[in-house]
Write a protein that binds this ligand. Structure first.
Ligand code: ZN
Length: 276
């Protein structure tokens, strides 16, 4: 990789860090039902307003030694971890969905739009991951916003191709729709059979979003990875006596991890599995 390409990757990583910092604030304010658009950031413990130098992603956390500058209460490691995760995911998404912006190749307009769409989806998924991990709830706002943007994205892709080629490719619309119906039906069945004990209705709604984002065949990979990961981590938590069989383990983080893995490597995993 050339030095300019490395600089572009670092730039995208930095944008991801800033978005991650914003998402941390969003997660907190959605929880306490406060508008995230107005008002300066403040310490959740002492409510002291934060200056710009308290809000530099990653760096502020380490410079402050994981403590608030004003009240010295500890700052959760959620803050740097979310920033770092979004930074890395943004960079990986650029490498996967439009490497031309990194290698200075001819940038395709639609790939660029796709990349922006996937950056939005990644941000929403990170919010869902943290929210479900902390409070065992998948926020409807996040799921419905992502569904709405997915529908707008596929519709514009459909009309863009229609405009370019003059023929209507309905597969662009039916593929993600059928994947959403499949994932929703599987989860709805599990939900009904277990009377809501094995998974919550939030997971059922999320499954529809997962189908919409991944489409076929990636949804199959995403679901498989989610259940596989959930089983392995669930069983090791029970084995290490951190959780009991009857205790609740949020499924959202596994669903999000499965979705992201399938989004980036779905096709590769299928080819590898089929031995092609
Ligand atoms: Zn404080």
């Amino acid at each position: 990789m050339q030095i300019v390409s490395i600089i572009v990757v670092l730039l995208i990583f930095t944008i991801g860090l800033v978005v991650g910092s914003f998402l941390n604030c969003l997660i907190y304010r959605v929880k306490i039902r406060q508008s995230f658009l107005k008002g300066r950031s403040y310490c959740p413990e002492c409510k002291h307003k934060l200056s710009w130098f308290d809000l530099i992603p990653l760096l502020s956390y380490f410079e402050l030694g994981a403590k608030c500058r004003y009240c010295h209460k500890p700052i959760s490691c959620q803050y740097p971890l979310v920033e770092l995760a979004v930074g890395l995911l943004f960079a990986v998404a650029a490498l996967v969905f439009e490497p031309a912006i990194i290698y200075f190749g001819p940038v395709s307009f639609f790939n660029l739009i796709s990349l922006i769409y996937y950056w939005f989806i990644i941000s929403t998924l990170v919010v869902i991951f943290v929210y479900d991990l902390l409070w065992y709830i998948i926020p409807d706002t996040a799921v419905f916003a992502a569904m709405f943007f997915s529908i707008v994205f596929y519709a514009s892709r459909f009309f863009y191709e229609l405009y370019l080629t003059g023929s209507a490719n309905f597969e662009i619309l039916t593929n993600p729709f059928l994947a959403a119906v499949l994932a929703f039906s599987i989860f709805m069945t599990i939900f009904l059979v277990s009377a809501g004990k094995w998974m919550g209705f939030g997971d059922v709604k999320y499954a529809a979003l997962m189908g919409l984002v991944l489409g076929f065949p990636d949804i199959v990979v995403g679901l498989f990875l989610s259940f596989f990961l959930g089983a392995i981590i669930g069983l090791s938590l029970i084995a290490s006596k951190k959780k009991e069989i009857s205790s609740e383990i949020p499924f959202g983080p596994f669903l999000v991890s499965g979705t992201l893995a399938a989004l980036f490597f779905g096709k590769d995993l299928i080819y590898w599995y089929l031995g092609i």
